[in-house]
Design a protein around this ligand. Structure first.
Ligand code: ADP
Ligand code: MG
Length: 382
């Protein structure tokens, strides 16, 4: 990595800062309904190497910037950064610098190169890992007095307002705040969070990621449509957000909706909120194996009520469950991306083979299957 930096920029980096991708254990599509999410970090990280410059120019490059080609350096003067940002990957990097300046923080020019292990577009949040590694690098290099929560909000602003992708706050908070052996219970309304024990090893369990390798561009219009449906449903029920409907009063609330489609969308969000709290209760009660059926119930809700699954995701989930997974569900925006499966460590090889074989039998391209162990966020140079 240091060699690539020297080759590109003709000098060494001052440091490298890293931030992981994430999987969300449970709490899907709850973020834009002001609800709870429960992400945990992945072992794959994005790494941002940085060296300050004397002038006010940002030069940025990514090892993954040009698929199949050499690395291209994008250079911009800080004063010229404004949305709509640069097309493609550079916007995620430059957007963080823009968001810092918008918030009144002083940064100078810098050479930045990113290199990431997080699969791109797989629902494992390569975008937030990228933004957060850059945010950590800029914070350290320019000695900015910012908490991890503040950095997360600025990274989100970069994605929302510079790149132009309307995502919630979960990905950036997860990338910056998750610690090994824990999941992060995040209230997306108050932004309060707490660590919840998620130690799989002592229970003899593993969390597998089943990446369908189907990328989720199809999901963009559906994302906006689902989001709108949730807003309409909340308005018809008469609450600020669907998060405000208690599960005990769900029947009453759904009866106020005038279409079956709205009832299905709202039912997913309301039951999903209850599933997050139930999983947290079990984890805090040292009953991690018992969360399996709740994960599976989450998948069924996403498939049947929110209607964001895909044939590949359903095959991944069904074949994992058929081979003894304790629970499995799709994660992320849907229509592709990844699923997760909670398995006994002794079964993970079996589950992997079953998923690969089921994909072949269905005529799908081979999936990528791996075991996720939590990784820490590094906040200082390596
Ligand atoms: P996800 O976050 O689930 O992986 P997104 O669509 O939110 O999917 O983000 C993927 C986009 O993020 C890519 O299209 C690319 O623009 C950018 N990206 C992520 N990681 C990198 C990287 N290492 N190098 C360049 N661009 C990246
Ligand atoms: Mg993303």
């Amino acid at each position: 990595m240091s060699d690539a930096f020297v080759e590109l920029f003709g000098r060494r980096q001052e440091g490298t800062w890293s931030a992981p991708g994430r999987v969300n254990l449970i709490g899907e599509f709850t973020d834009y309904n002001d609800g709870y999410v429960l992400p945990t970090s992945l072992p794959m990280e994005a790494h941002a190497s940085l060296a300050r410059r004397e002038d006010d120019v940002l030069r940025v490059a990514s090892a993954q910037g040009t698929p199949g080609g050499g690395e291209r350096v994008v250079a911009v003067r800080l004063a010229d950064l404004r949305p709509p940002g640069h097309k493609g990957w550079a916007g995620y990097v430059l957007g963080v610098a823009w968001a810092l300046r918008e918030a009144g923080h002083t940064i100078g020019g810098a050479d930045i190169r990113v290199d990431s292990e997080v699969p791109i577009g797989a629902g494992l949040s390569s975008s937030a890992a990228l933004e957060c590694s850059v945010a950590l690098a800029l914070r350290a290099a320019f000695e900015l007095d910012l908490s991890l929560e503040q950095l997360a909000l600025l990274a989100k602003r970069a994605e929302n307002d510079f790149v132009g992708v309307p995502t919630g706050i979960m990905d950036q908070m997860a990338s910056l705040l998750c610690v090994p052996g824990s999941a992060l219970l995040l209230d997306t309304r108050s932004l309060e969070s707490r660590q919840v024990p998620f130690a799989l090893g002592p229970a003899g369990l593993e969390l597998m990621v089943l990446d369908t390798r189907v990328r989720h561009e199809l999901g963009n219009s559906a994302y906006a449509e689902r989001r709108r449906a949730c807003e309409v449903a909340a308005a018809e029920i008469g609450v600020p957000a669907l998060r405000d409907v208690e599960i005990a009063r769900m029947g009453e609330a759904l009866a106020r909706l005038d279409s079956e489609e709205l009832r299905m969308r709202a039912r997913h969000v309301i039951t999903e909120g209850a599933r997050v709290l139930e999983v947290v209760r079990l984890l805090e009660d040292d009953s991690v194996a018992e969360i399996g059926p709740i994960l599976t119930a989450g998948h069924i809700s996403l498939r049947d009520d929110f209607e964001v699954s895909s044939p590949e995701l359903d095959v991944a989930v069904d074949s994992a469950l058929a081979t003894g997974a304790l629970g499995a569900r799709m994660v992320g925006g849907g229509f592709g991306g990844s699923a997760i499966a909670l398995v006994r460590s002794s079964d993970s090889g079996l589950v992997e083979r079953a998923v690969v074989e089921a994909f072949a039998a269905a005529g799908f391209a081979p999936p990528r299957v791996f075991v996720a162990a939590p990784a820490a966020t590094k906040t200082s140079p390596d």
